[in-house]
Design a protein around this ligand. Structure first.
Ligand SMILES: Cc1cc2nc3c(=O)[nH]c(=O)nc-3n(C[C@H](O)[C@H](O)[C@H](O)COP(=O)(O)OP(=O)(O)OC[C@H]3O[C@@H](n4cnc5c(N)ncnc54)[C@H](O)[C@@H]3O)c2cc1C
Length: 428
């Protein structure tokens, strides 16, 4: 591996973690700023400054010492999760598979009790698809009255049996007979005015990033990369951009691989960031899940309940994750914003439109990747033969969080460094 011609595409948490661990790599970033999906911005308004991320960007590291080593010196504050479920007109504690017991309809509670008890006695079976996994985890009543519609809204896919189970989906859907609070009963967030972006900014301290550097095409046989219309030689490429986009950039890619990459699907996303007048319903909440189809969103959360500096006194800085069931492209996504605001008023999160001080919709072409493990690993193995490693949430086309992407980048950098040292030893 020749360090001089090693390129890292993308200055999000994955690309930066790779570059900082390897101690080298030209990091190319098409944007003028750092962080990719983990970036933040400020809005100065007549009531003061609001800070927003791209949706809640909470850090859920568990047993990830190497990841924490990269973040040494950054103040990460621990927060207990205050999550709720808006279900059948009431607010329940998260997770619902434990709090349903407070539902007013006693016969419904008993029905769910029976179904969960039966599941608890059943041997854990390998589920065939996402729908099957939810049914095997929560039983038919909770599935039909909450989990099906919540997931349909989140993925924007009406038939959940079309979705394969990736390893991350299995971690998140805990079997109910294990008394557990889920994978994120507490989380971390930078104690820093930058918000979530403090993480990539910290990682980039010792990394040189070339901003406004857009990779346009890659040649496998000529081993050239075109960046802002300039061509350079490469030996190794670490890419963190969406896998289908990477494949489409390769001029001489195998046509079978090109075909396969076009089969990969992801849900689109619309995050609506709002600076609003604070009301009692906002108090002590990190985020709330909503399954009912009449609401155009599946989750809302409050940055300023985690980091109070993110909104002026008396105001909240919040995000609304809108459902891709209601749009197919950016233009259609923007059309639903007025309806989303009406929905927020109808559940009392804002009293009326005049409570909104600032509003910004952020459209995401890819939000949740719908895993297809066989296709992804075929494409990744093909690329690796040429020295191209596609990693991170969008590079690996799976559902992962920041610490998992960082860990993947660290492991790859360690592995490549071992190869370099081994070659030096053999004087190859
Ligand atoms: C709405 C939302 C909420 C999330 N919430 C959480 C959460 O609470 N906790 C958590 O841990 N994770 C969360 N995540 C996941 C987290 O954002 C990702 O795990 C992580 O940011 C992925 O980082 P990455 O570096 O792999 O990719 P990205 O952040 O996507 O970085 C890729 C970079 O490549 C650049 N790029 C693209 N094309 C080119 C090109 N042609 N040339 C050069 N550069 C290019 C992009 O500009 C971008 O900066 C969330 C994600 C989303 C979308």
């Amino acid at each position: 591996m020749n360090l001089v011609s090693t390129y890292v595409i993308g200055a999000g948490v994955t690309g930066l973690s790779f570059a900082v661990t390897l101690g080298y790599g030209k990091v190319l970033e098409s944007n003028p700023g750092l962080g990719g999906k983990a970036s933040s911005y400020n809005m100065n308004t007549h009531v003061g400054k609001f800070t927003f991320d791209i949706g809640g960007h909470w850090f859920h590291h568990q047993n990830a010492p190497k990841v924490l080593q990269l973040l040494e010196g950054l103040s990460l504050e621990k927060h207990a999760r205050q999550a709720f479920v808006y279900w059948e007109g009431g607010l329940y504690d998260f997770p619902l598979q434990q709090s349903y017991k407070t539902h007013a309809d006693n016969s419904l509670v008993q029905q769910i009790d029976r179904e969960l008890a039966a599941l608890g006695q059943k041997e854990a079976t390998k589920s065939q698809n996402y729908s099957d996994m939810l049914l095997n985890s929560y039983g038919p009543t909770l599935f039909e009255r909450f989990f099906r519609d919540y997931n349909v809204k989140m993925f924007g896919v009406s038939d959940l049996s079309q979705i394969q189970i990736g390893k991350y989906e299995e971690i998140r859907n805990v079997r109910t007979n294990q008394k557990t609070e889920g994978y994120n009963s507490y989380f971390y967030y930078p104690k820093d005015p930058l918000g979530a972006q403090a993480i990539p900014v910290h990682l980039a301290k010792d990394v040189q990033v070339r901003f406004n550097s857009q990779v346009q095409s890659i040649h496998l046989n000529q081993r050239t990369i075109s960046i802002n219309k300039q061509t350079s030689p490469w030996e190794t490429i670490i890419s963190t951009i969406p896998l289908p986009r990477l494949v489409s950039m390769i001029a001489d890619v195998d046509c079978g691989i090109a075909y396969l990459s076009q089969q990969l699907r992801a849900s689109r996303g619309l995050i609506l960031n709002l600076g609003v007048k604070r009301n009692l319903l906002h108090a002590n909440k990190s985020w709330i899940y909503l399954a009912e189809m009449k609401y155009h969103f599946y989750r809302i959360g409050f940055y300023s309940n985690v980091q109070p500096d993110m909104a002026p006194e008396g105001y909240s800085s919040m995000y609304v994750e809108c459902s891709p069931l209601f749009f197919k492209n950016k233009q259609e996504a923007l059309y639903i914003v007025p309806q989303v605001i009406r929905d927020l008023i109808s559940i009392g999160m804002i009293e009326d439109e005049s409570d909104i001080v600032t509003l910004k919709p952020i459209y995401l072409e890819q939000n949740y990747c719908l895993p297809d493990n066989q296709v992804t690993s075929l494409i990744q193995s093909y690329l690796q033969q040429y020295g191209i490693y596609s990693i991170g949430r969008y590079g690996s086309w799976h559902w992962s969080s920041q610490h998992e992407d960082m860990q993947q980048a660290i492991s790859l950098a360690d592995e490549l460094r071992r190869t370099i040292n081994f070659r030096k030893l053999l004087k190859v």
